[in-house]
Ligand binder design. Structure first.
Ligand code: GLC
Ligand code: CA
Length: 546
């Protein structure tokens, strides 16, 4: 095998549809109100039992399951090699991994390299004295003369990014909450320690990592002040030139890639958390010639308004930014953003909109990431102030209600607590669970769940949808997003109507008149296909083989 081939993204990942699970909220099997690993194992057949009766996803990304005091619901890790007893035991994890692999489902772990919990033994040591060997594993600074703080940096969840530690009379730095001190990635021992913790799970057989805020890992060497700018929250009133997004963070990504390249078929997907979507910045972590991460998230869809032209522009920008350096990914919803069905809700058009978006996500060139519950159209909950658990919401309510709303328990059925738990759920179940749940949608051929299933299985059966090139069709009318996906064997065309109007258009391709319908919604009369001219109903979906 040539070097370049070795460097390419594993085929399984290009072919995959990934399903993100927030373990706290998926299924509780012991009645303590908190989802657990056994809950995930129990639902593996729902995710993929090898038949089109199941969702058919190929990999799950589990958000942090490590021991944690849960100040940021698991993103504050106390031990990167363990399982939080709230979620189960290492035996439970091993069984989950085994059972998943048996079904061809890969497991992607979440690695949080930028910060640990303040209760991680490394930090306990680091804060114990100024000459502790681990002192320099975190970012400590004295109070400067004539100034209150070491610099003007702010915490992303509010307040200063510097926390005074009375014992040793110095500040430590935290990008998120004070219970999440940032590691000092300029210290080679930190790099070694995190890489060996990553190796621990790779050795166990997990299939890769999603990397939390990889772009925060490196800060300006001199900790220069950020310049000011206009913004809404204090945090947004600074241009974050120095507290993140440093070129050296790309080297961190490359070091992780070197580690995974020692194994076969492992993948790395980076979260590049930016203040505004900038696909070129997200693509930077792919390296220059396939030596960085295999993929990164581009959150432009989560910031975008609804509309064919908007999505089209974002796809082109992402296609261009990724180029041949890595592989694109697409995401509409995750644990940090308002669920897209709620973001784009529009009365009776809410479901049609969710359907056309599902078709977009599952026919584009790039690995789609689904967020648990998205397949049944779970809505965001708008919690009362007293219910808020997320540190972001606690600090910024009502300006930012926090992220609890997109993390509510999975709605399995219409029984008590939506079948999620027999106990008191850690977070309130959405009150619509009797109408919106897996059980009901499983039986309804026209449900959103059955649409996701069909599209995912269509993706599996059509190589062009997985690996084909992407080319936008330039002549579609306003409101239609249409594109070609092509391999040597197969040539597909997708048209998506993002409006509530019927649209007609023609495809100026020689063989368009003989195209075969792979999927259409609502059902199309085949007659209209003979003339190369197509009518596409409101929020209609059309997938053709040319
Ligand atoms: C990432 C996670 C988010 C977490 C933050 C701090 O953005 O997705 O949930 O709060 O990192 O770790
Ligand atoms: Ca439990």
């Amino acid at each position: 095998m040539s070097v370049t081939e070795e460097k390419t993204t594993p085929k399984w990942f290009k072919d995959a549809v990934v399903y993100q699970i927030y373990p706290r909220s998926f299924l509780d099997t012991n009645g303590d109100g908190i989802g657990d690993l056994n809950g995930i194992t129990e639902k593996l057949d729902y995710l993929n039992d090898g038949t089109p009766n199941s969702l058919g996803i190929d990999a799950i990304w589990i958000t942090p399951l490590y021991p944690s005091p849960q100040y940021d619901f698991g993103y504050d890790v106390m031990d990167y090699r363990g399982v939080d007893p709230q979620y189960g035991t290492m035996e439970d994890f091993d069984r989950l991994l085994r059972e998943a692999h048996k079904r061809g489902i890969r497991i992607i772990m979440d690695m949080v390299p930028n910060h640990t919990s303040h209760l991680h033994p490394w930090f306990l040591e680091s804060r114990s004295s100024k000459d502790n060997p681990k002192r320099d594993w975190y970012i400590w600074r004295p109070r400067p003369k004539g100034r209150k703080y070491p610099n003007n940096w702010l915490g992303i969840f509010g307040g200063r990014a510097w926390e005074w530690d009375n014992k040793t009379k110095e500040y430590y730095y935290h990008t998120s909450v004070p219970e999440q001190p940032d590691l000092n990635w300029r210290n080679p021992q930190v790099r070694e320690a995190i890489l060996s913790d990553m190796a621990f799970w790779l050795d166990k057989g997990v299939d890769g990592y999603r990397l939390d805020v990889i772009n925060w890992t490196m800060k300006d060497k001199e900790l220069k002040d950020n310049p000011h700018c206009i913004g809404r929250r204090p945090y947004d009133m600074q241009r974050h030139l120095y507290d993140k997004d440093q070129q050296e963070a790309v080297d961190v990504a490359k070091a992780m890639r070197e580690l995974t390249d020692r194994y076969k078929d492992k993948i790395l997907v980076g979260e590049v958390a930016l203040d505004h979507s900038d696909p070129r910045e997200a693509a930077r972590y792919l390296g220059e010639n396939g030596d960085g991460l295999h993929a990164t998230f581009n959150f432009s869809f989560t910031y975008s308004r609804f509309g064919a032209e908007r999505f089209k522009a974002e796809v082109s920008a992402w296609e261009e930014a990724v180029g041949k350096r890595g592989w694109p990914t697409y995401v509409l919803s995750n644990h940090d953003e308002i669920r897209h069905i709620s973001r784009y809700a529009k009365g009776r058009w809410t479901i049609p909109r969710a359907r056309v978006l599902a078709a977009m996500l599952l026919t584009l060139r790039g690995t789609p990431f689904l967020y648990y519950g998205e397949e049944i159209g779970m809505r965001n909950l708008w919690p009362k102030r007293s219910e808020i658990l997320d540190p972001l919401g606690k600090r910024y309510w009502p300006f930012h209600p926090g992220r609890d709303g997109e993390r509510t328990p999975m709605q399995w059925n219409g029984s008590k607590n939506a079948g999620f738990s027999t106990g008191e759920p850690w977070l309130r179940v959405h009150p619509n669970f009797r109408k919106i749940n897996v059980d009901i949608q499983d039986k309804d051929p026209n449900s959103l769940l059955n649409l996701y299933r069909r599209l995912i299985w269509i993706r599996k059966e059509n190589s062009a949808l997985r690996e084909g090139s992407y080319k936008e069709y330039p002549n579609s009318p306003t409101g239609i997003f249409s594109f070609f996906r092509q391999t040597h064997e197969q040539h597909l065309f997708t048209a998506l109507n993002f409006t509530k109007e019927r649209k007609s258009f023609t495809i100026d391709q020689a063989n368009a008149g003989k195209a075969k319908i792979i999927f259409s919604e609502p059902e199309f009369g085949t007659k209209s296909l003979d003339a190369k001219g197509f009518e596409i109903p409101p929020y209609g979906i059309l997938i053709l083989e040319m």
